[in-house]
Design a protein around this ligand. Sequence first.
Ligand SMILES: [Zn+2]
Length: 77
Amino acid sequence: MIFIFGANDKVVERQQQYAQEHCGNCNNITNWILEKNATYASLFFISIIPIKTRYIYYCPICKNGRKLEKEEYERMK
Ligand SMILES: [Zn+2]
């Protein structure tokens, strides 16, 4: 029997913030996106367990943003 292992990235949660942010990169003022994504270990292309989670907050126009700590992310949700 052959097992196929892999890893894939998935967006777990995504929400647009009500508060507007000024982006220093594209100079626009917009509602930034708060996003949680995770890399899943997969078996036969089916995601089974998350092996790495990232929390990011970014500008929807130019995708410039920053990484957040889990606590920071939870506070902003
Ligand atoms: Zn921007």
